[in-house]
Design a binder for this molecule. Structure first.
Ligand code: FES
Length: 260
């Protein structure tokens, strides 16, 4: 039996001797991504600690669902307070890990923060600062595979935000905040259902679309959202930040009716 010698060229990454071969503004996309994601992180920390998260009928998305008795009466999700009296920290901390974990492990966000924060690599044909590359084949990055499980929790969070928007819709009079919450719920659902894991759930491993017409339709719909996943990731990120800030400004009395 003949033994094949591994091709040395295929066992290592391309060695780029100069800093970059690019002549375009390759740094612009990672820079904008860095600024966008950083603003989301900074805002998120502030919002989670802020206590003005409810003004009837609006609840700020970063603090919803509110599940403790420390939440104002109308802010509790379905009037429910399973965490009782003993939980006195900000309500947003309780659920932060679910939408946070979903976005952190999202295929699109992974690409964007690997490029903009870790510069691994910052762009094609640009030298990276890291000497070694193991991808997502070992700990800790192999943990990114939990994304498919976060998807199920993200559906619950999307459902809660939709419920919040419907509550605002049936409240009279309807203010600008209602439409902001509705738009946010639509974008969050669009981002969630456009997830690659959702696409796999709808029709992954199917050999015959013709034998599964319902799953085929679901897959077709999800695929359309999936094709816009990057855009929906950004749009929903800014919409949830905008909606959250808006509700807090109304709750603080900085924005008042009829604009509220
Ligand atoms: Fe982006 Fe699942 S791949 S949310």
């Amino acid at each position: 039996m003949t033994q094949t010698t591994p091709d040395p060229v295929r066992r290592q990454r391309a060695q780029v001797k100069v800093r970059t071969l690019r002549t375009d503004r390759w740094w612009l996309a990672p820079l904008l991504t860095f600024l966008g994601l950083s603003s989301f992180l900074v805002y998120g920390v502030w919002a989670i600690l802020d206590t003005s998260y409810f003004v009837d009928p609006y609840i700020a998305p970063f603090s919803s669902p509110c599940l403790a008795t420390s939440c104002p009466e109308g802010a509790r999700f379905l009037g429910w307070a399973p965490f009782g009296d003993w939980y006195t920290l900000p309500p947003g901390l309780l659920i932060l890990g679910l939408p946070g974990g979903f976005r952190l492990t999202c295929y699109y966000y992974r690409k964007s923060y690997y490029r903009s924060f870790w510069l691994s690599p910052a762009a094609c044909a640009v030298q990276e600062p890291h000497g070694k590359y193991t991808g997502e084949t070992r700990f800790p990055l192999i943990v990114q595979n939990v994304h498919r499980y976060f998807f199920y929790f993200a559906i619950l969070i999307g459902g809660v935000l939709t419920y919040d928007a419907i509550l605002a819709l049936i409240h009279k009079p309807i203010g600008l905040g209602t439409w902001i919450l509705v738009l946010n719920a639509v974008l969050i659902l669009g981002y969630t259902f456009g997830c690659h894991s959702c696409r796999h759930i709808t029709a992954g491993r199917l050999n015959h679309f013709s034998r599964h017409p319902v799953r085929y339709r679901a897959w077709t719909f999800v695929s359309k959202l999936n094709a816009r996943h990057q855009q929906l990731a950004w749009a929903s990120m800014f919409s949830v930040m905008g909606a959250d800030l808006y509700v807090r400004l109304v709750a603080k009395g900085i924005i008042a009716f009829p604009f509220a």
